[in-house]
Design a binder for this molecule. Structure first.
Ligand code: CMX
Length: 434
């Protein structure tokens, strides 16, 4: 049976003529204009990136390789006794666009298993960092520390041709992805559990092994699978995905690119919002002495946050204009596994209260919850209460999508990224006010 890499190469060869034709025969076709508002305002809506791994519709939400989240979860193969598909089967889908069968999934599981040993110097380096370092800083440092392992760098220095860049990039991506759960679990157990490290279990899939190394019982293995799948990709323009793509476009290897991706994810307007949500909820809980606020009391807490000039974490989105289906998928998990959990009830109450307030407040273009509004609740319920760790989980998942994108960037020969900047005086001149 063909391996993932062989199947991928077949797809790459079939895809390349499409990109070449678009560039050569239709390169001058316009996709839109850029306004001054977009130039100053974070390039919102400027169509200038290409990816086939996922697409984000403002009203429908994310599709991975054409499949919605419910379709993805339903179509991918599952082993008996687990509710969620394996991360390995999902990665096969992201990379090739095909839903793998059981044998193909097994092959990817074997690939990850044989690559998962983390070099000892990574743990030594993590132990040397101050223990109060943020787990995202630790995670980023651990990834970039492994840069010396890059197969791409070795092959590039040996004179590899451009058409073959994707192959050692694929090796780097799989080598890194296979190690991320062990590194994340190490950071967790070293930082918060007095260094009581749990060794990997070679029999388990990536999600199952992560739960095992975290020291959290079933169904946390399914929580891990669901988390990593949901957080994997959100097309290319978000800060983490775009950073990974941008850094890799300079032919920096996967280790540099994914470490940078993690740094972008660590911002409170992006991945760190899941930590902020739990911290916000805990603040309200403390003020309420642990009791669930009434709707009126909750409204006041939300208005207090807005009136003090802060954002309501977990709400709003740069592209989405409806409830994030990643929020909905996690909500369904909560309804099945933790319907009576007080924090879940709290999050549900926020869902009723926040959107009308944000509409009345009149600033946020999207008043609906995003993925981060719901993700901490499940972690909290299963005993992972150190909420500054939550973004690391997001990072393990996001690396799947960004690695898949970087492999394809190399396969299709995408160039170094270099948009053009203008001065304020030039904008004033374009506006006719100077
Ligand atoms: N609470 C209060 N104000 C909000 C808001 C929120 N949840 N969401 C947007 N706004 C405000 C913006 O701060 C902006 O205000 P100014 O004009 O004063 O600068 C205004 O509404 C317009 O913003 P927008 O166009 O609707 O949103 P952006 O595309 O600029 O930003 C996002 C998107 C996600 C950064 C923003 O909605 C936000 O800060 N949300 C809270 C943080 C959060 O949940 N981030 C996680 C997003 C998902 C992820 O990446 O993980």
């Amino acid at each position: 049976m063909a391996t993932l890499k062989e199947n991928l190469f077949e797809k790459i060869q079939a895809w390349r003529p499409r990109t070449t034709r678009l560039l050569k025969e239709h390169g001058e076709v316009k996709l839109g204009d850029v306004t001054i508002a977009q130039c100053i305002g974070g390039m919102r809506g400027v169509k200038c990136l290409t990816t086939d791994i996922s697409y984000l519709d403002p009203f429908e939400g994310i599709r991975f390789r054409g499949y919605t989240i419910p379709e993805t979860l339903a179509k991918l193969p599952k082993t008996s006794g687990v509710e969620m598909p394996s991360v390995e089967s999902f990665f096969y889908l992201l990379l090739t666009g095909d839903v793998p069968n059981n044998e193909q999934t097994k092959l990817v599981e074997e690939e990850f298993k044989k690559r998962r040993e983390v070099p000892g110097y990574v743990f030594d380096m993590l132990r040397a960092l101050p223990k109060d370092s943020h787990p995202m800083a630790m995670f980023s440092a651990a990834i970039v520390a492994m840069q010396r392992e890059s197969e791409f760098v070795k092959a590039y220095n040996a004179g590899l041709g451009k058409m073959d860049y994707w192959a050692p990039t694929y090796e780097d991506a799989l080598n890194l992805l296979a190690k991320l759960p062990s590194i994340a679990a190490f950071i967790y157990r070293w930082k918060y559990k007095d260094g009581d490290i749990i060794e990997a279990n070679p029999k388990l899939d990536l999600g199952g092994n992560f739960a095992h190394m975290m020291g959290i019982d079933k169904p946390y293995d399914d929580v891990a699978r669901l988390y990593f799948i949901l957080h994997s990709d959100h097309e290319s323009g978000n800060v983490s995905a775009h950073t990974g793509h941008l850094v890799a476009s300079a032919l920096s290897d996967i280790y540099y690119a994914i470490s940078a991706m993690i740094n972008g994810l660590a911002g409170p307007l992006h991945g760190l919002a899941n930590q902020e949500v739990l911290s916000w909820i805990q603040g309200v809980m403390d003020k309420m002495n642990g009791k669930l606020p009434s709707e009126e009391e909750m409204k006041k807490f939300v208005w207090d946050t807005l009136n003090s000039g802060q954002v309501v974490p977990g709400y709003g989105h740069a592209v989405l204009r409806k409830t994030d289906p990643r929020y909905t998928a996690q909500r369904e998990f909560c309804l099945k596994h933790l319907p009576d959990d007080p924090i879940f009830k709290f999050v549900d109450l926020l869902y009723n209260v926040v959107p009308p307030i944000l509409q009345e407040h009149g600033k946020a273009k999207n008043p609906w919850p995003n993925v981060d509004a719901q993700s901490g609740v499940i972690q909290w319920y299963y005993g992972l209460r150190e909420y500054d760790f939550y973004t690391v989980l997001f990072g393990v998942g996001r690396a799947l999508g960004v690695c898949a994108n970087i492999i394809w960037d190399r396969a299709l020969g995408y160039p170094i990224e270099r948009p053009k900047s203008l001065t304020t005086a030039m904008l004033e001149e374009a506006a006719g006010i100077k």
